[in-house]
Design a protein around this ligand. Structure first.
Ligand SMILES: Cc1cc2nc3c(=O)[nH]c(=O)nc-3n(C[C@H](O)[C@H](O)[C@H](O)COP(=O)(O)OP(=O)(O)OC[C@H]3O[C@@H](n4cnc5c(N)ncnc54)[C@H](O)[C@@H]3O)c2cc1C
Ligand code: SF4
Length: 333
């Protein structure tokens, strides 16, 4: 492991001043992803700026039903928050479906959003990888790609995004709060935080060097929303998603879908908001065949390879089952 310096930032100004001086510096949240990548030699920052003790550790439930979640709130604390469990159960379910209890106790909201892909070639520095080393090639396309993406990929990279929490946040229309090194602030919908690979797969997000995630904001859910996170994986626990679906619906008195939101995980380089399927389903009273047609339309642009083609059918099944079961259910969890 390369030598590095460590500094704990007392406040956001200090963190910004430290990172502005050093292009080779990076923020440290819980370290559960970054430190692993440093050990593997995938990344080698010269300075780690620990932001995990910055005062962004509160979950603020507001009177209008929205919630402001600080970036240093730990994943376990967020999953267990009574207000989140009650009103945004799919977020709690997504967090509990990820990693392990120990990891969730340490991992932060900011770090979870910016964790890196688990593509095996990206993590193996003896192999080429366009994301790690631009222009070196993508061995996954000819090689081991079973876990990788089928939507939004390019000829340069087909890595899938790993975060379960981000999928839930995209379905909930969450917005990330960012603070730049000059102290300026801006908000970006979580759905727009991540870039598709195109021919620059090493550029993964819209963040500039030194941008700090300070919070994530959830708008109030639609009245009577029913929601659920489903994750299909190789093992029951401690495994990343092959395909996951965060689904939220609200059903009108006449049984039609007043609102429907679907985000998919494991199928794309970013959490994939299934807007085509949503559009087809909103306002209707879909039967099984209509649901399946909407899901098929969403996956129509998929570019599967031999070993991950199963993800297309799996994603269709998850969309269908997710919406169908929520329509049939009266409770919200
Ligand atoms: C064995 C194992 C299994 C796992 N399984 C799952 C799973 O099934 N599902 C899942 O979703 N996750 C899973 N994870 C990933 C885990 O959720 C992440 O490692 C964790 O969420 C990262 O959070 P962190 O605070 O430790 O981030 P760190 O490792 O500290 O940082 C990650 C990145 O975020 C940046 N960063 C951190 N905080 C900020 C901030 N506030 N502003 C700007 N940049 C910031 C860092 O610079 C770094 O680039 C697993 C991890 C392990 C080790
Ligand atoms: S899929 Fe992306 S991350 Fe994986 S080897 Fe190819 S370029 Fe690298």
């Amino acid at each position: 492991m390369k030598e590095f310096a460590y500094a704990r930032a007392g406040d956001a100004d200090e963190a910004a001043a430290l990172i502005a001086e050093r292009p080779d510096a990076t923020y440290l949240g819980g370290g559960t992803n970054l430190v692993d990548l440093m050990k593997l030699g995938v990344t080698g920052p010269g300075l780690l700026i620990d932001v995990s003790r910055l005062p962004y550790d509160r979950i603020e439930h507001r009177d209008d039903g929205s919630v402001l979640i600080g970036a240093t709130v730990r994943n376990g604390a967020l999953a267990g928050d009574p207000g989140i469990r009650e009103r945004f159960p799919l977020l709690s379910q997504a967090l509990l479906a990820g990693a392990s209890g120990q990891l969730r106790t340490v991992a932060t909201v900011g770090g979870n959003l910016l964790q890196r892909t688990r593509c095996g070639y990206f993590q193996d520095v003896t192999k080429p990888c366009n994301k790690r080393e631009p222009g070196s090639g993508c061995p996954a396309i000819q090689g081991a790609h079973r876990d990788l993406a089928v939507l939004g990929t390019s000829d340069h990279c087909m890595a899938s995004h790993p975060s379960d929490m981000a999928v839930a946040l995209v379905a909930l229309d969450a917005v990330a709060h960012l603070r730049s090194v000059d102290g300026g602030t801006r908000t970006v919908p979580v759905a727009e935080l991540y870039l598709l690979p195109g021919d620059t797969p090493h550029r993964e997000t819209v963040l500039d060097h030194g941008d700090l995630i300070t919070a994530v904001e959830l708008p109030a859910p639609p009245p009577g929303a029913r929601m659920r996170y489903r994750k299909v994986r190789d093992r029951w626990s401690y495994a990343f998603a092959l395909v996951s679906a965060a689904t939220a619906v609200s059903v009108a008195e006449d049984g039609s879908l007043r609102d429907v939101r679907i985000a998919l995980g494991g199928v794309a380089p970013r959490p994939w908001r299934a807007r085509i399927a949503e559009e087809r389903l909103r306002g209707g009273r879909p039967d099984e065949e209509t649901l399946r047609e909407a899901a098929r339309a969403e996956l129509a642009e998929a570019r599967p390879l031999p070993d991950n083609a199963f993800k297309v059918d799996l994603a269709i099944d998850l969309i269908v089952a997710g919406v169908r079961d929520l329509i049939a259910r009266k409770d919200r969890v």
